[in-house]
Design a protein around this ligand. Sequence first.
Ligand code: GUN
Ligand code: ZN
Length: 430
Amino acid sequence: MAHQTLITGPTLRFDGDPMTGPWQDAVRIDTQGAVVLAGGHIAAVGQADALRTAYPEAVQIHYSDDHLICPGFVDAHVHYPQTAIIASWGKRLIDWLNDYTFPEETRLHDPAYAQMIAARYLDLTLAHGTTTVASYCTIHPHSADALFEAAAARGQRIVAGKTCMDRNAPEALRDTAQTAYDDSKSLIERWHGAGRATYAITPRFSPTSTPDQLEALGALWAEHPDCLMQTHLSEQTDEIAWVRDLYPDARDYLDTYEAHGLVGARGIFGHAIHLEPREIDRIAETGAAVVHCPTSNTFIGSGLFDMAGLAARHIPVGLATDTGGGSSFSMLRTMAAAYEIGQLRGTPLHAAQLLWLATAGSARTLHLSEQIGSLKQGLEADLSIINLRSTDAIAQRHANASDIWESVFATIMMGDDRAIRDVWVNGVRR
Ligand code: GUN
Ligand code: ZN
């Protein structure tokens, strides 16, 4: 029998989607909960007393009432190569890319630097309770190898792809339609489905790809339909105007992708803030997902994502840091920013909805609901244990909370990596 670990304490449980119905029907906290881990998977979830009896051989670990046992956080849109330029001052999207991002991404032409940044990035995000990310790499194929290898070394589930750009970027950061196709294809053969890895075909965004490159990547996706496809959509108004100039025949920004076979159920569109009604209709019809990047959207000055409107259309929505456009590696901080943007739009999100978005919601956008994102029997054993009194400021609010949701909300709003008591990856405590 596989080695068993019985983890007891308050557990976060999902029974449905809290974005399309009352959150109370979809999310609950079992204060006397328990999870059994065996062989990298969740063998059972239930009440502590019952599982102690059912698994008498298991090694027992208890987290007190001041904790919440959550699925590991899933960050649905990041740029690991931007780790070292996070929090760069004063630019909006296009200038931010040209002045900060592209020079740093150029440095990853050195495989040793890419490996060092990949390791640093995964260690930082694990320390913040994030067990899976969907990352853009750079145009260098070895930058994708570096992240896939670093994730495999840590036993982590990972989604990533080589970023493709063949125009409007420095010479050193340009591939071609053909090399983007060839290099992405050989990375798919090397990594897609290897261990816990998923490959995402990754055109950066329409301004940095020629129609020929988008066409080549659409063809590649058609040949590998079980891969994901990730890109950016309608983040800033200047960007949208630029797309209109570059693609005069397109009906809208989404159409630049749609015309080249890059819109479909396994497509994931980051930001998606300034959408036209037709774009929303097409996203809803095709089953594509969008990702909310709230700290990035305020930091780069992009706009206020319409969570309530898109969720009401049953569009799968994930949550993401978008580092280094985002200003934090922390999904707690990211949930807080999503709450604040909801307030600015008159639709505050409940703590239960925020936690769901940061776990099951993001996992759904990555088509990984059967692997990660929930405490459910059969899923992979990735857990984040939240300490609900991690600082003096949070502890005094916790002490004054009238129920556990009030306490959880204080940690969402004020917490950071100090609130991550433990992280379990693939059944192993890190
Ligand atoms: N649009 C195209 N590339 C990027 C990027 O690296 N970050 C963000 N936030 N938006 C982008
Ligand atoms: Zn991005």
